[in-house]
Design a protein around this ligand. Structure first.
Ligand SMILES: [Zn+2]
Length: 142
């Protein structure tokens, strides 16, 4: 089995819910980068569920914080010289712009395409965001 420190320098996204690795991969546009990437899927973790892991060699500059909007349980490990030098548990941001799309067909953001999709965090514990314009609910990870 590959271990976390099997890359020399880079980033390991761990504790991805099984099946979500591809979503994160697409969100980060990784198919368009030149980084060496390993996607490991359906790894048995200590907990009852299986998980996915993404390893990105040298991919330090990628914006990782927003990934928590796709999978709220992820952990970001920064690897230097084959050692984890930093572990980040990203927190849900208070406001997100043009990441979540409002599903309400009567919302101004659905009617007027130039209006930014703005969602604010209304319930951190339950990971609930609401549209700034129409109050439409969006629960992260659902
Ligand atoms: Zn809306």
């Amino acid at each position: 089995m590959m271990t976390v420190n099997s890359i020399k320098n880079g980033v390991v996204i761990d504790h991805i819910k099984a099946g979500n690795a591809m979503k994160l991969f697409k969100y980060m546009n990784l198919e368009k980068t030149e980084y060496r990437i390993a996607m490991i899927m359906n790894v048995s973790s200590n907990k009852k569920d299986k998980k996915d892991i993404i390893k990105i060699e040298n991919g330090i500059d990628i914006e990782y914080e927003e990934l928590v909007l796709i999978d709220p349980e992820i952990t970001i490990n920064i690897i230097e010289n084959e050692k984890v030098v930093k572990k980040i548990k990203p927190q849900l941001p208070e406001t997100v712009i043009n990441v979540i799309e409002c599903k309400n067909p009567r919302c101004v953001t659905s009617i007027e395409k130039y209006v930014d999709n703005i969602f604010y965090l209304s319930d951190r514990e339950n990971k609930v965001y609401r549209c700034k314009y129409c109050d439409e609910k969006h629960t992260v990870g659902e």
